[in-house]
Design a protein around this ligand. Structure first.
Ligand code: NAP
Length: 312
């Protein structure tokens, strides 16, 4: 990446918008799932995918929120309720798609919450980890049978996986968050989980033409930052102008990973500014990814039975 021009080796970069990424891409006949589709980057992702002809399945916490997306999508748009912190909601949503025999070309795991000021839990699990990681882990695993041969899974992670990391990575004995809760670190923890989920999924898809990649979208002023305003807190408006993207730029990397022909078959990578990027040491830890997968299966099974998770 050229630090001054902010353009990467493929000619795309910091300022590239989602519309620019897809300028010559025809998504007619493609069906793409987007979570957290009613706000911020998800909404822009739906708008641009729809513009290029895709059938978008837009998931939101409630059906009212999912329906609210319709005006910016094309006529093929399908709204679905999917609360990622609620196993029964995820199951209802995936059953709807399974029953309708929908074939899915891409899933963009975009929904997220950030830096909850106080520890919040559901089913005994810290809420950011539950929503951002476990919810998407369950959704993707339940939709695997519907994926087309060259389907792409894109997990929206964040540079927070590095910046707000716990020194020892995933907290296998503290998914409850009870031990020394820190809002930013809990978010970074969930975003490391997103990245490791993507890597391990890529490993498991090895040998097929299906792929999984993670992305950092950039820093964008969306509803996500409602609890966290680090730049303006210090009055540095100029710094914000230099460091922040707008939503059109912010949605570019996840759309790039999910649709661009140049990276057909590429899997297990982490992208930022529409270019590959290195991750933290923990983000490359294959054993940590495998262990997280095993724990995620146990957590998903436990909470799907309506039982609270208890740290081991
Ligand atoms: N903005 C940034 O600077 C930035 C930086 C790095 C990474 N990211 C990542 O980018 C993704 C999109 O974030 P954004 O900036 O577009 O934030 P946003 O505008 O707050 O959108 C987040 C979306 O996730 C949904 N969501 C929250 N909890 C949910 C749940 N339990 N079930 C289903 N959906 C839920 C929200 O629904 P409601 O509208 O109902 O709340 C909303 O649609 C997130 O994964 C975030 O971690 C963002």
């Amino acid at each position: 990446m050229d630090r001054f021009a902010k353009i990467g080796p493929n000619g795309l970069g910091f300022h590239t918008t989602a519309e620019e990424v897809t300028r010559s891409i025809d998504l007619t006949d493609k069906t793409i799932v987007v979570t957290g589709a009613n706000s911020g980057l998800g909404l822009e992702t739906v708008r641009v995918l729809s513009l290029r002809g895709a059938k978008v399945i837009g998931m939101a916490r409630t059906i009212e929120k999912a329906n609210s997306i319709k005006p910016i999508a094309n006529a093929l748009f399908m709204p679905l309720e999917c609360d990622l912190s609620e196993p029964s909601s995820i199951m209802r949503c995936t059953q709807t798609l399974i029953k309708s025999g929908t074939q899915i070309d891409s899933i963009i795991c975009n929904a997220g919450i950030m830096a909850l000021p106080q520890l919040q839990q559901k089913y005994g699990v810290e809420l950011q980890f539950l929503t951002n990681h476990i919810g998407h882990f369950m959704l993707v695993n339940q939709l695997m049978a519907l994926l087309t041969d060259e389907a792409r899974i894109t997990i929206v992670s964040s540079s927070a996986h590095k910046v707000f990391a716990y020194p020892d990575g995933i907290q296998f004995d503290n998914f409850s968050g009870f031990n020394k809760y820190n809002p930013q670190k809990a978010y970074g923890h969930s975003k490391l989980a997103n990245l490791l989920f993507s890597n391990e999924l890529a490993n498991r898809l090895n040998g097929s033409h299906q792929t999984a990649n993670a992305v950092h979208p950039g820093v964008i002023r969306t509803n996500l930052l409602r609890h966290y305003n680090p730049i303006l807190k210090y009055g540095a408006v100029l710094v914000e102008k230099l460091l922040f993207k707008n939503v059109h730029q912010g949605a570019a990397t996840q759309i790039y990973a999910s649709t661009h022909p140049d990276i057909k078959g590429v899997s297990g990578k982490y992208f930022s500014n529409c270019n590959p990027k290195s991750t933290s040491r923990h983000g490359e830890d294959q054993m940590m990814g495998k262990r997280l997968w095993e724990f995620s299966e146990k957590i998903a099974k436990t909470i799907s039975q309506g039982t609270d998770w208890e740290d081991q």
